[in-house]
Design a protein around this ligand. Structure first.
Ligand SMILES: Cc1cc2nc3c(=O)[nH]c(=O)nc-3n(C[C@H](O)[C@H](O)[C@H](O)COP(=O)(O)OP(=O)(O)OC[C@H]3O[C@@H](n4cnc5c(N)ncnc54)[C@H](O)[C@@H]3O)c2cc1C
Length: 353
């Protein structure tokens, strides 16, 4: 397994259950890539049927797990905030879509929105509540998923069919090889349709009870699904520690992983527009990381091109914490040659050809 992020860890765990002995080859600390940078929101999203199916199945799998305390699982729900009547009206279709597919959701008018979250700026029109969504602490979740699995600290330089070559020349072989290197996947598989998409986050000191739900503006959907080179959206998460995790930004075409002041300022200003109380809170840390973006916003899961033993699990963009479990289940079904609960073709590596 190349890559020790949450996707590699989840896939290794699933394949060990199928009887494989896995070795995770990670060049850095386990879970130090996008997994450490992410927000840990486990969320059902409806950009496409395939995205809905994968996020929903994955959320069910998270719900079914007995997670240890350090994973900080909290079913806080997602509250999508409608800033005006137009946004509220548009969300009615979303409500019907979720309900028809058996996912609990509610439309809140302005009165109920403020009952749910008193700190929101006055004048919002309402909200769309998905009570079954949750948050986890992704680095600990990845460590927990990968516990007991053999690890090797090394960088893979070449990916072959059933083998890898490490920096220093050592060659490892396996019945199968899985490449789960996130935003760096195209480096080992040239031509793969995965591009890094940078994101910033900031976390406050402890303010217990300041908010109760993961709060997101409905405009986030435009930011997440659009292709603009730079965008920000209001997205704030309550942590079990009482801290508030503030996002989010999206940038294409940036290679430097450092914090950029101009985008951080835009992101924080947006957050304060929705939640004015944030302006008086103390930020204690800011950081940035890279999502692995694909053209259709769906991950790439399946056999690599011209290979019979090397598999790919990458391209999870802003949803890999959520979707790692559904990914691992699908991958294991494919490897074992079983039928799949999800439509494998929707995530197949060859779909862009
Ligand atoms: C700002 C931000 C917010 C996010 N918020 C959320 C959220 O709220 N909910 C959600 O579901 N998702 C979220 N995500 C997305 C989520 O974090 C990712 O989709 C997920 O972590 C991807 O996991 P991964 O294992 O594929 O990649 P990574 O965690 O990046 O792991 C890939 C690993 O591969 C290793 N690697 C790379 N190349 C090599 C090599 N050649 N040899 C050896 N090792 C190598 C890297 O060191 C890295 O550890 C967010 C992401 C960002 C950046």
């Amino acid at each position: 397994m190349v890559g020790g992020g949450i996707v590699g860890a989840a896939c290794a765990r699933q394949l060990e259950r199928e009887g494989f002995h896995c070795v995770i080859v990670e060049r850095d600390v386990m879970g130090s890539g996008a997994t450490a940078a992410g927000m840990g929101h486990v969320v059902v999203m409806d950009d496409s049927e395939a995205q809905f199916a994968l996020t929903r199945r994955s959320r069910d799998l998270w719900d079914a797990m007995e997670l240890p305390d350090e994973v900080e699982f909290e079913r806080c729900g997602t509250l999508w905030v409608a800033a005006d009547e137009e946004e509220l009206e548009a969300v009615r279709g979303k409500l019907a879509y979720y309900r028809e597919r058996g996912v609990e959701a509610e439309l809140l008018d302005a009165r109920r929105l403020y009952e749910a979250e008193r700190g929101l700026r006055a004048g919002m029109a309402g909200g769309f509540l998905v009570p079954g969504d949750s948050v986890i602490y992704a680095p600990c979740a990845a460590a927990w998923l990968g516990r007991g699995i053999e690890r090797k600290k090394a960088e893979v330089l070449t990916l072959g069919d059933g083998w890898v070559e490490l920096r220093g020349g050592e060659r490892l072989e396996g019945d199968i090889v899985l490449c789960a290197t996130g935003a760096w996947a195209a480096k080992l598989t040239p031509g793969l349709e995965v591009k890094p998409r940078k994101g910033h986050l900031a976390i406050t000191d402890r303010y217990p009870g300041a908010i109760r739900h993961q709060l997101i503006e409905l405009g986030y959907l435009k930011s997440a699904h659009g292709d603009s080179t730079e965008s920000v959206a209001f997205n704030v998460q309550p942590r079990r520690t009482g801290q508030l995790l503030i996002g989010s930004s999206r940038q294409y075409g940036v290679e430097d992983g450092g914090v950029e002041r101009h985008i951080l300022e835009r992101m924080l200003r947006r957050a304060v527009e929705y939640l004015p109380g944030l302006a008086a809170m103390q930020l204690i840390r800011v950081w940035a990381g890279f999502r692995a973006a694909t053209p259709d916003k769906l991950p790439i899961i399946g056999l690599a091109r011209n290979c019979s033993r090397t598999w790919l699990a990458t391209g999870h963009e802003g949803l890999g914490i959520t979707t790692c479990l559904g990914t691992a289940e699908l991958l294991a079904d494919l490897v074992m040659g079983r039928g799949t609960a999800l439509r494998a073709a929707d995530y197949a590596p060859g779909r862009f050809a």
